[in-house]
Design a protein around this ligand. Structure first.
Ligand SMILES: *Cc1c(COP(=O)(O)O)cnc(C)c1O
Length: 365
């Protein structure tokens, strides 16, 4: 997190204009800054108090009701956002290798449900080409919402051609644990024609209300606005974000080198496809995974199981199919740390410890 001296001065603007919330000067400035850094033509940025509210707002803005498709392999927030919008999550399985919902699976799920929207997840904030998914949704007359919570920080042009997709929202988290970390925050990249509805959806649906009642959606909303203090921190993070991403990608390059002899357990992706919240690996079994976590813990390195448990094992969630790939991925996935600012010596020691622990676990079986 940036030191106070790098963001406190932004708050002078709020004082001089006596404007402290509700699309204030700083959240507006953060939106235009994010658009300049990562936005596409025809797109606008709407900030939110976190990604979960941003995801809910995408559904509310379009007046989506009833079932919404959601992958079983994700962080719990994806399903929470659907419930928070008054809709019903219906989970579906992901590809066994990529952890992403395949376009064909999405097509089948639309055929088997009445869903008018789907959330798909970019696992670990590693971007992928979603144009086929967008096409499938368009054919189904549905909205596509990409939960790319951990993925803010890269050039998005290669992954989404905005000219083709006017039915897609992409949602990022600015939570302290994400690469673009500001504490709590979210940012939605949405087609410009949807921006006003989205703003209304995070402000109780007020903008579309009138004396005669609302005539177009959203008909209601949540309080999902970003605070001006959070936006001030965001402006400070933006200033150094290019450097952060560069350093994180460098660290991931080192992780790949460290595990060069274990290419079967690493998640294969281009370095440039993510700002790398974490470095995910997938062991052969849950038993090995737990042994590895304990071994690392004994050396005072805490690892996180992510995403665990899979939504299919959370209970109370309707499913299109038995989500076996998601369950398997959840049982064997663990993430290794990536940091924006970590000394070379510390990085080397961390990676040597991880490699040593892994090889011990593999030999012991
Ligand atoms: C972190 C995360 C979220 C939640 O983001 P918040 O800003 O904390 O609401 C949602 N989805 C995924 C995949 C995440 O990793």
């Amino acid at each position: 997190m940036p030191e106070v001296e790098f963001w406190a001065h932004h708050l002078e603007q709020n004082k001089s204009r006596n404007w402290h919330s509700n699309f204030g000067p700083l959240s507006e400035k953060l939106e235009s800054t994010l658009h300049l850094m990562y936005g596409l033509n025809g797109e606008s940025v709407v900030t939110a108090c976190n990604a979960t509210s941003g995801l809910s707002a995408c559904l509310i803005a379009q007046d989506i009701r009833g079932p919404v498709l959601c992958p079983a392999f994700t962080f719990q927030a994806s399903a929470c956002a659907i419930l928070g919008a008054g809709c019903q999550p219906i989970i579906l399985d992901v590809d066994a290798q990529t952890g992403i919902v395949a376009p064909d699976q999405l097509r089948l799920a639309f055929a088997e449900s009445e869903a008018k929207a789907a959330i798909i997840v970019a696992p670990y904030g590693i971007s992928f080409d979603a144009t086929q998914h967008a096409r499938v949704c368009k054919e189904a007359g549905a909205r596509l919402i990409i939960d790319n919570a951990a993925g803010l920080g890269i050039n998005r042009k290669r992954f989404l051609a905005r000219v083709m997709v006017d039915n897609v929202d992409e949602v990022f988290s600015l939570h302290a644990t994400k690469p673009f970390g500001i504490g709590e925050g979210g940012a939605v990249f949405t087609p410009t024609q949807n921006a006003a509805a989205l703003r209304s959806a995070i402000n109780f649906g007020l903008a579309t209300h009138s004396g005669n009642g609302a005539t177009k959606p959203p008909y209601w909303g949540i309080n999902g606005k970003m605070s001006e203090v959070a936006a001030a921190v965001g402006l400070a993070v933006a200033e150094r974000m290019a450097e952060r991403v560069c350093r994180r990608q460098e660290m991931v390059r080192e992780w790949y080198e460290t595990f060069a002899d274990h290419s079967d357990i690493v998640y294969k992706a281009e370095i440039e496809s993510s700002p790398w919240q974490v470095f995910p690996i997938f062991l052969q079994s849950e038993t090995l995974l737990l042994k590895f976590i304990h071994k690392m813990a004994a050396k005072r390195i805490e690892l996180r199981r992510y995403y665990f448990p899979s939504l299919g094992d959370c209970g109370g969630m309707k499913a299109i199919q038995e989500c076996t790939n998601s369950r398997k991925l959840s049982q064997v996935a663990v993430v290794l740390p990536v940091r924006s600012f970590m000394q070379k010596k510390q990085r080397s020691s961390l990676m040597a410890t991880a490699l040593e622990s892994l090889e011990q676990v593999l030999t012991e079986g």
